[in-house]
Ligand binder design. Structure first.
Ligand code: GRF
Length: 211
């Protein structure tokens, strides 16, 4: 599920093609935004895509139902929010409990929650004078950025960073690595949710070295 440029989607497509993500195929790319470049990336890769915007529906409830139907039709094992700005409705979270993951461009629980999306996250990091930021892949629950954490990677903040330069570095150094990695781990049954936490087989021996 995407809304914008789709560089995270591209990292997933490249990971599947290059063999770093195994047991995985993308059955559908959903966008709420008809102008998202992510849709172009899907077309270029020969992946089915669909665009449904809340604006096309008379109520939010009607959109939510349509979104749920769209997702159910493609019967995914996993839903990946790869820069998706639509608030995922509860009916979707419940239907796909424990099967939705999101990439957030900070080290949760810092700089996350309502209002922390896109460049705003990085603006707040710089305003606060934080010396380190990064990215987090987590499971999606009913809250905003509150679900169990799967992977995180830190990125140092530079004194000359702008929100734009920090955003770009976090994508390059963290997001495009940990999102494909999380998908590969889930696709190979290495990830389980135990209470509020995630357990990953081989985390200390293998994953930590690669990060
Ligand atoms: C990324 O920073 C992601 O963490 C955030 O939105 C941005 C999406 O970028 N949720 P892209 O569309 O994958 O290029």
């Amino acid at each position: 599920m995407v809304s914008g440029g789709g560089t995270n989607l591209q990292a997933i497509i490249d990971g599947i093609e290059g063999g770093s993500i195994t047991n995985t195929e993308i059955c559908l790319v959903y966008s709420n935004n008809p102008n998202a470049y992510a849709l172009e990336r899907a077309r270029n890769a020969g992946i089915r895509s669909v665009c449904k915007s809340p604006k096309d529906y008379e109520s939010r409830a009607a959109f939510n139902e349509a979104l749920l139907e769209t997702l159910k039709e493609s019967d995914p094992d996993l839903i990946v929010l790869a820069g998706c700005l639509v608030v995922i409705p509860e009916i979707v979270v419940r239907e796909f409990a424990g099967r939705i993951i999101n990439i957030h461009p900070s080290l949760i629980p810092s700089f996350c929650g309502t209002g922390y999306y896109g460049l705003k996250v990085h603006e707040k990091v710089l305003e606060r004078g934080a010396r380190v930021s990064g990215a987090t892949v987590h499971f999606v629950d009913e809250g905003t950025d509150t679900g169990p954490i799967i992977l995180q990677k830190p990125v140092m903040v530079r004194s000359d960073d702008t929100p734009q330069t920090l955003q770009r570095r976090i994508m390059e150094q963290a997001e495009w690595k940990i999102l494909p990695m999380a998908i590969d781990l889930i696709a190979n049954d290495a990830v389980s949710i135990q209470g509020d936490r995630v357990v990953i087989n081989g985390y200390d021996d293998k994953i930590l070295q690669e990060l």
